[in-house]
Structures are given as C-alpha cells and as structure tokens.
Design a protein around this ligand. Structure first.
Ligand SMILES: Nc1ncnc2c1ncn2[C@@H]1O[C@H](COP(=O)(O)OP(=O)(O)OP(=O)(O)O)[C@@H](O)[C@H]1O
Length: 214
C-alpha cells in the first residue's frame, strides 16, 4: 500500500448517500462521475438479489446472488435496511454491506427506488438524501428511449412509475433535489452538495426524521 492518505478526497460528512429519482434520469451517470473523480472515496452499495445473474454479471460485484430461502432468512433476521419485490424476485440492501464499506473508510452510495428510500428513512441509519429530477417528462422519456435498454412495455411502466416518484421527490423527503439538465452543471451541484453541505460532526439531520422505533 502507498503511504498517501486514504482519507484524501473524502467528504467531511461520512453518512451514506441515498440517491433516488425516476428510471433514466441519470442517477448512474452522475454517481459514476463522482466515483471517477474521487477515486477511493465512495463505494456503491451492492444489493442482494434472488434473480439469476445476467451474462457478464459477477457475484459480489453487481449483486450478491442468493436463493429465495436465504433471502427470506436474512429478512427474518432483520439484516436488510431495505428490501423490495419486483415481479417474482427480491432485492435488498444488507446492513452488513453498508457497515463493511463504511469500515473501509468509504462513503456508501445507495441507488434505491422510492419504497426503499422510505424504509431507510424509517430505519436507524443516518443518511443523506438526494433526488435527481429530469428537466421535463419529455426529456426523461427521450433519455429512457435513447439508452436503448428497455422494451416499449418497460419504457411505459417506467414512465408511469416516474410520475409517482416525481411527486415523492417534491414531497420534502430529500435534503436536496438536483435537476439533471446539463450533465456537468448537475454534476457540479452534486459534487458541491456531497462535499459542502454536511459539514463534519454538526451535519444536519435527514430531512425526514426517522419514526421512533422500539
Ligand atoms: N444530463 C444529461 N444529458 C443528456 N443525457 C443524459 C444526462 N444524464 C444522463 N443521460 C443519459 O440518460 C440515460 C439514462 O441515464 P442513467 O442510465 O444514468 O439513468 P438512471 O437514473 O441511472 O436509470 P436507472 O434507474 O434505470 O438505472 C443514459 O443514456 C445517459 O447517458
């Protein structure tokens, strides 16, 4: 290992960063830039899933692939900070994943959908929340189609879901909302918020206080 400081380039606010927003808005594009421009500072939280790996995907890199039984066991033991079912498959973020990455000195980034965000907000994890919004519904549709990864059905479903997500984005559940119009402008806002917003120990509370839990 080199002797250079591993802490170099870390934001002073080390709480996990939850990034949400409708499919196709550019979340992945934005946090990949963050990772590229601050190597070693961040780690994307790797989810557990019961779906089969797609060609090229690797266990422990793209997801942790587990059986439904193993997933349900983990959930029964309260090991997930959030979990959801899409179709017949389960997805979840384990508390251990977040703890391990944090212990390595990384700020963990969670790319999760709306129901997952609500679960994290109800959990005892202290995180900060950013919502990425499109400049308009038309632009979102263009990006989703332009990415070329979705069938017509899937585009329709995602646009339908986007309406609900955008309302959630406006509901005050997030510490900041970034409109991803020009990419570099949006990136600049994200970078400034990540590095400037929180301060150190006096960092602000999440916008939505966790509900009291027993
Ligand atoms: N500011 C921008 N201007 C133009 N195109 C953009 C911009 N940001 C992202 N894109 C493009 O929009 C498409 C969707 O972006 P991306 O895959 O990052 O979205 P996402 O929010 O991560 O979606 P998902 O939730 O489905 O993973 C990509 O083709 C990306 O290159």
């Amino acid at each position: 290992m080199s002797s250079s400081s591993p802490a170099l380039g870390l934001p002073s606010d080390r709480r996990p960063i939850v990034i949400a927003g409708p499919s196709g808005v550019g979340k992945g594009t934005l946090y990949k830039l963050l990772f590229e421009r601050h190597p070693g500072a961040f780690a994307l939280s790797i989810s557990h899933t019961t779906r089969a790996p797609r060609p090229g995907e690797q266990d422990g890199v793209d997801y942790y692939y587990v059986t439904k039984e193993a997933f349900q066991d983990l959930r029964a033991q309260d090991k997930f900070v959030e979990s959801a079912q899409f179709g017949s498959n389960f997805y979840g973020t384990s508390k251990a994943t977040i703890a391990e990455q944090s212990a390595r000195g990384r700020v963990v980034v969670l790319d999760i959908e709306m129901e997952g965000v609500k679960q994290v907000q109800r959990s005892d994890i202290s995180a900060r929340y950013v919502f990425v919004a499109p400049p308009s519904p038309e632009v979102l549709e263009r990006r989703l189609r332009g990415r070329g990864t979705e069938s017509e059905d899937s585009v329709r479903q995602r646009l339908e879901q986007a309406r609900v997500e955008l309302e959630f984005g406006r509901s005050g559940a997030f510490d900041t909302v970034i409109v991803n119009d020009d990419l570099e402008t949006a990136y600049g806002e994200l970078d400034r918020w990540v590095y400037g917003a929180g301060g150190s120990s006096s960092s602000s509370e999440p916008a939505v206080a966790p509900e009291s839990s027993s």
